[in-house]
Design a protein around this ligand. Structure first.
Ligand SMILES: [Mg+2]
Length: 224
């Protein structure tokens, strides 16, 4: 399925970070391999046992603000997760073609915002590591709005603080609950990412326009 963005009706481009601009392979490695490994080492249990203890917690908190809070997980696991992320920062990478897309959006003159659920420690490390920070006019972190992007209240609070016209906004995200919440708020153009993790199979997306990666939305036509 090809996705046609109506660029003449876009003033703001809002992009998710993990799994949209950046390769989710980093986060999947971190949470599914490294954290259980270090948690197991600390408790003197196997990786498999560690995963059995952690997975119900992951499941319980997914999609809530706590899920995205590194302090919360550091306390729960008794691990310094910010330090652990820094330790493997060399694995942080953009998805293929992401920077070409950012460049094209800026060349068109659209406002470009990064809108993330990631904790500040995490997004600042990732932007520093990839050098992508300067492309964005604004970085919006849902922790500053007391609601995750999956909550329609987040979008209302964001618009109240940083005005944008939802009817002239494009949002790209790999999370379907996030896209649905934005749609409920009136964001007009929504695109889902099918391959947030370059090392994993594509996810199935029903009911929304979708592309494998951001670069599939190229070319962005210059403003006439
Ligand atoms: Mg994401």
């Amino acid at each position: 399925m090809t996705v046609a963005v109506n660029w003449s009706a876009v003033d703001h481009v809002l992009l998710d970070m993990d799994g949209t601009v950046l390769d989710l392979a980093f986060d999947n490695h971190f949470w599914r391999e490294l954290v259980p490994q270090r948690y197991g080492e600390q408790k003197g249990i196997s990786c498999e046992q560690a995963w059995r203890e952690l997975e119900p917690q992951f499941h319980r908190w997914r999609g809530r603000l706590e899920w995205y809070c590194l302090d919360f997980w550091s306390e729960l696991t008794r691990l310094d997760l910010a330090a652990l992320k820094t330790e493997i920062r060399h694995r942080i990478r953009p998805l293929e073609g992401s920077e070409d897309f950012l460049r094209a959006v800026k060349a068109r003159g659209c406002a470009l915002w990064l809108v993330t659920n990631a904790h500040r420690n995490s997004w600042s490390l990732k932007l520093e590591q990839t050098g992508l920070g300067p492309w964005f006019d604004r970085v919006v972190c849902s922790h500053d709005f007391d609601a995750p992007k999956e909550d329609v209240d987040f979008w209302a609070r964001l618009q109240a603080q940083h005005p944008f016209n939802p009817a002239r906004t494009l949002l790209v995200d790999d999370s379907l609950p996030v896209l649905q919440a934005a749609r409920d708020h009136g964001v007009d153009q929504l695109v889902a990412i099918r391959r947030p993790d370059s090392t994993a199979p594509a996810q199935t997306v029903a009911g929304l326009p979708s592309v494998d990666v951001l670069a599939d939305l190229l070319p962005v036509p210059p403003r006439s």
